[in-house]
Design a protein. Structure first.
Lengths: 238, 284
């Protein structure tokens, strides 16, 4: 009777290692290399994340500085433009009007000479009406040009928003064309600004109301300067 | 023998660990690459932001530079810092000032604005307005003599219904009494029938009238020079216009002149002492 063939058992790790040292070493080396590389990647990741945080802080700072620079330069530019307008007004060779908005004065000037100083009331900046029919009227700055000089026999169309601002219902277009709407003397500038004197009646005939974005002066002052004001004359606002 | 049984289980475990380690390392490496990419993108955004900031700053600087240049070009004119005279036609007042400082102010008479036909039957007119604009004191006179322009005689003739006769040198005008009116030297004289000559008087209100003829003396004759009419001093502005005194002080403050600016004698005397030639005069 043949004896049973003995069943081969798994070799032990040591036996396998002795028989196949390269395989074991390779596996171990692979594991060690992966761990080492993971450590390296962890380090790099940390560096990248720190740098990203720093860069983001830098972006915020650059954007903040850009916003500040834009705002600051706009403010400085605005002031410089006003200074320039004032200087150009002062030394203009042609006779002109110059309006100092903040001090409430209008000057008839030429070549640095002040011919007449006129106290004025400046109409405010205002938004009138309800969206979407809102009108934004602002105080002019810079230069405007005279379009017309109106006497007490000339008519002028009062804008509808003036009625709205006064709390009245605006009449039809034809009914807004009024003689002496700007008082005995009115000066119409481009852009819709007017220099007017108090009319006896009409929507502007209220001493407590000054048309937004416009200039009100005494009739005797406008009467005195009117013969010198011609179409095309420059009016400086600063 | 089953080849899989020739490998110990521990080696299988080791192999599995190696595979998992490699896969984990690969995934971790991919994730790290993403973090690096985010860093690179953030770096680009920062560079872009700094470029924008730099552009805003240089733009602001360029704007400021161009505004400064414009301001430098808006320079004072040659009259900057000089005193000047302002005349308001509406207010009938004048000021002598420098900047905001008023050295002197007083009432004046200005042009009446009236018109006068130059010649009967024609449409040409004289207009007696004080001119608006910028003039200059060109010269100054003491005891100025007024040489009346033609309009003075036309005005008188128009009022009194006379006929204007413009006398020329070498010309004679026969008078009703047999005499002659002619120019002898610097005088307009009346030559009587017996040959003797008497020069006419000169002055406002003493114009030469013969019957219905008003005789206009030629320029250069003494009869065309009126003394005292313009007061004690005159500041000439050119084109026949001037600031001057008057022998009619009550007219000051009204629109009564023929275009000149008329002051009381004491005012023009004072201004003569302080206003130099070259002073700008702005009339509005």
């Amino acid at each position: 009777m043949p004896r049973d063939t003995p069943v081969a058992s798994r070799p032990t790790f040591s036996e396998f290692r002795r028989r196949h040292p390269n395989i074991v070493l390779t596996l171990i080396a692979l594991i060690v290399a992966c761990c080492a590389f993971d450590g390296f990647l962890m380090h790099q990741r940390t560096l990248y994340q720190d740098e990203t945080r720093r860069l983001r802080a830098g972006i915020d700072e650059a954007q903040r500085q850009r916003a500040d620079a834009i705002h600051g330069s706009q403010e400085r530019r605005k002031q410089m433009v006003m200074d320039l307008v004032k200087r150009q007004a002062r030394w203009s060779n042609d006779i002109h009007l110059a309006i100092s908005v903040d001090s409430g004065r209008m000057y008839l000037e030429r070549q640095g000479a002040v011919l007449r100083e006129i106290p004025i009331r400046m109409g405010p900046d205002r938004r009138i009406g309800v969206a979407p029919d809102t009108v934004h009227v602002s105080i002019p700055r810079g230069t405007r040009t005279v379009q017309a000089v109106l006497s007490d026999s000339d008519a002028w169309q009062v804008p509808a928003w003036v009625y709205t601002d006064r709390g009245f219902k605006p009449p039809a277009t034809a009914q807004r064309m009024l003689i002496k709407a700007l008082g005995p003397v009115g000066i119409v500038l481009d852009g819709g600004t007017v220099i007017y004197s108090l009319p006896a009646d009409g929507p502007l005939g209220d001493a407590s109301y000054t048309m937004p974005g416009s200039v009100r002066a005494r009739a005797e002052d406008l009467d005195a300067i009117a013969p010198n004001v011609v179409k095309g004359m420059v009016v400086y606002f600063y | 023998m089953n080849p899989f049984r020739s490998v110990p289980r521990s080696v299988y475990v080791l192999g599995g660990v190696a595979i998992v380690a490699a896969a984990a390392t690969g995934a971790f490496g991919y994730s790290t690459l993403q973090v690096r990419y985010a860093r690179d993108v953030t770096g680009s955004v920062l560079k872009h932001s700094r470029d924008l900031l730099s552009r805003v700053r240089s733009g602001a600087g360029a704007t400021a530079d161009s505004l400064r240049k414009a301001m430098a070009e808006a320079t004072p004119g040659p009259d900057a810092g000089k005193p000047y005279i302002v005349v308001s036609i509406a207010d009938r007042r004048m000021w002598y000032k420098l900047g905001d400082t008023v050295f002197y102010t007083t009432r004046v008479a200005v042009g009446s604005g009236k018109t006068l036909v130059k010649q009967v039957g024609k449409t040409d007119e004289y207009k007696f307005d004080t001119p608006r604009g910028r003039l200059t004191v060109l010269s100054r006179d003491v005891g100025p003599v007024w040489v009346p322009p033609d309009w003075h005689f036309v005005e008188i003739a128009d009022k009194k219904k006379f006929t204007v006769v413009r006398l020329k040198r070498g010309q004679t005008v026969k008078t009703a009494d047999g005499g002659e009116i002619l120019v002898d030297g610097n005088d307009v004289v009346k030559k009587f029938a017996d040959g003797h000559e008497v020069p006419y008087e000169s002055g406002e209100g003493r114009e030469i009238v013969d019957g219905k003829n008003l005789i206009v003396p030629p320029y250069g004759t003494n009869q065309r020079k009126y003394r005292g009419t313009l007061g004690g001093h005159r500041l000439n502005l050119g084109d026949g216009y001037a600031l001057h005194g008057t022998d009619e002080p009550r007219s000051v403050g009204a629109a009564t002149s023929h275009g000149c600016v008329r002051l009381r004698n004491e005012d023009i005397d004072y201004l003569y002492g302080i206003v130099p030639v070259g002073t700008p005069v702005y009339i509005y």
